[in-house]
Design a protein around this ligand. Structure first.
Ligand code: SF4
Length: 318
């Protein structure tokens, strides 16, 4: 297939890259600096559920320097120190509220926390990770107001588009709630990213690919795809140890194939932020792919090329 058949907005790639998009939009790299504001989660404190999602151990995704500091400005300074050395040409930094549910508080409380981050002279905006059932209209209105002068992205953890799978991993919300949250946020002009985990227990290839169709019908700006990882001190880890067959773990090759199958069906207007994640080795029980995070994307790109396919090739929408 000649490159001219690919959507021109993909540039030199076979998928819509969020990183490329951000560089074009903001004139350079936009780096997320993680911040832990001490929020909790309604799926842990009993208001929605207890015990949390079966795969959840937030230590797996929280940089170690955040555990020792509660002051937001100091957290940002520590993160900036690291990233400015690693990526000296970075033009923009945004505070990334990643751990737990970062809209799980009153608007007044959120205002205090977010403004503390935005008061930092090097911070141009916010990325706010949360659950789809944790974004009432009042919170979305406030975020929309902020987005008029700052970069603001709402990152919703969906994890699956299949209700049976969501129930099985004790997610505490269904897909209809995710659809509603995405629509209400997008209607206010917010950038909305979704976080999806491949092959949770009970998820089939068909339900994953049906998820690509469902997400394509929504006003999503971008998507983060993650492989399932069994992390220590989780319910999933106990299930996996007790009965490994109940938690099938994909091999790397199958995962890359599944990602490409999924991308083929996904709307070419949804940008891809990432196609995998990496938890600290000391916390991870499975899978054992012997691949670092930066090695995953080249594998997917090579497979897209080998199969002469691209994001949206089988997309049936408008
Ligand atoms: S994954 Fe998110 S929603 Fe689930 S228990 Fe952990 S913090 Fe809560």
């Amino acid at each position: 297939m000649h490159r001219s058949s690919l959507p021109p907005h993909f540039g030199q790639r076979r998928f819509l890259s969020w990183n490329d998009q951000q560089r074009a939009r903001h004139g350079g790299r936009v780096q997320k600096v993680s911040v832990d504001a001490g929020f909790t989660c309604p799926n842990r404190d009993g208001s929605k559920g207890i015990g949390g999602c079966t795969f959840c151990n937030n230590d797996g995704f929280t940089p170690s320097y955040l555990r020792d500091q509660t002051d937001i400005t100091r957290q940002i300074d520590t993160g900036l120190d690291f990233f400015t050395r690693r990526y000296p040409n970075t033009r923009h930094f945004v505070a990334y509220f990643q751990a737990y549910s970062n809209t799980y508080a009153s608007v007044d409380q959120l205002r205090t926390v977010y403004q503390a981050a935005l008061a930092h002279p090097k911070i141009d905006g916010l990325v706010i990770g949360t659950r789809p059932d944790c974004v009432p209209d009042a919170v979305l209105d406030y975020l929309a107001e902020l987005s008029h002068s700052k970069i603001v992205e709402l990152e919703l953890g969906l994890e699956s588009c299949d209700d049976a799978t969501l129930a099985r991993v004790n997610r505490g919300h269904n897909f209809a709630e995710a659809q509603d949250a995405i629509r209400r946020a997008a209607a206010r002009g917010l950038q909305v990213a979704a976080h999806l985990m491949f092959d949770l227990p009970g998820e089939s290839r068909d339900s994953m690919l049906a998820g690509a169709d469902k997400l394509s019908a929504l006003p999503l700006t971008s998507l983060k795809l993650h492989q399932l990882q069994v992390i220590k001190h989780t319910v999933l880890a106990n299930q996996w140890r007790r009965d490994p067959a109940s938690v099938p773990i994909m091999g790397a090759t199958d995962y890359f194939e599944r990602v490409v199958d999924f991308l083929e069906r996904l709307s070419p207007t949804i940008a891809i932020q990432r196609i995998g994640s990496e938890v600290p080795p000391a916390l991870k029980l499975a899978p054992d792919w012997n691949l670092r995070l930066h090695q995953l994307l080249p594998q997917v790109e090579a497979l897209l090329l080998a199969r002469d396919t691209w994001q949206g090739r089988l997309y049936q929408g408008q």
